[in-house]
Design a protein around this ligand. Structure first.
Ligand code: SF4
Length: 202
């Protein structure tokens, strides 16, 4: 059994917050264990909770379309969420739930070791671009400690707001060039500001 599969089993047993009581299935994540690109969304919805897989509802279908725009299938990337269990009635995740769950996300990132982490939506963005707003930061990248962080709107936002559809597509289309130019992305500033930018120091 791979380290990632062992991690999935640990997540399935996790009882760290109330969400464990109402989930049908935990949704740890899925995709290539050696993926260059890791997409991180918000939380499982109804479809994901039923199937135990991330991004399988309408937003997932749109994500598949977005991946196809850059010639990728979901099996070639890694897809996860900030929290692994569905909040009741698809409410927003609570800060404490995000805090409880982030150990799992940290371990996933360590195991996948992606070249690019793409944040989907504001909750994921808040972990990796603290203090920023999604309307300003989407479509931009920062390189820290050898990993590039790239912010996008959540695909579900584009389903609810048609005007975002083309924005999300345009942001996805920048990813291949980002991969090519990954070594040219300027590193984050050093010193206290760099510390503030560190991934989980929010
Ligand atoms: S949301 Fe995360 S921390 Fe809470 S029970 Fe599920 S796996 Fe555990």
């Amino acid at each position: 059994m791979s380290a990632l599969s062992e991690l999935y089993e640990e997540i399935a047993r996790c009882q760290k917050c109330e969400l464990a009581r109402c989930r049908n299935r935990a949704v740890p994540g899925e995709g290539a264990e050696d993926a260059d690109i890791m997409f991180i969304g918000e939380a499982p919805g109804w479809h994901e909770d039923q199937q135990g897989r991330p991004f399988v509802g309408p937003a997932g279908q749109f994500l598949d379309e977005l991946l196809a725009l850059i010639g990728l299938k979901r099996q070639q990337v890694y897809i996860a969420n900030v929290i692994k269990c569905r909040p009741e009635a698809n409410r927003d995740p609570l800060p404490q739930e995000i805090l409880n769950c982030r150990q799992w996300l940290e371990r996933q990132i360590e195991l996948i070791h992606p070249r690019i982490i793409v944040t989907l939506g504001r909750y994921s963005m808040a972990l990796f671009f603290p203090g920023k707003t999604i309307s300003k930061v989407h479509g931009t990248a920062e390189k820290r400690d050898g990993t590039v962080y790239y912010a996008m709107y959540h695909p579900a936002a584009a389903l609810h707001q048609q005007s975002l559809r083309e924005v999300v597509k345009a942001d996805m289309l920048k990813i291949p060039a980002l991969l090519e130019e990954i070594d040219a992305v300027p590193a984050a500033k050093q010193g206290p500001e760099a510390k503030q930018l560190n991934m989980f120091e929010v």
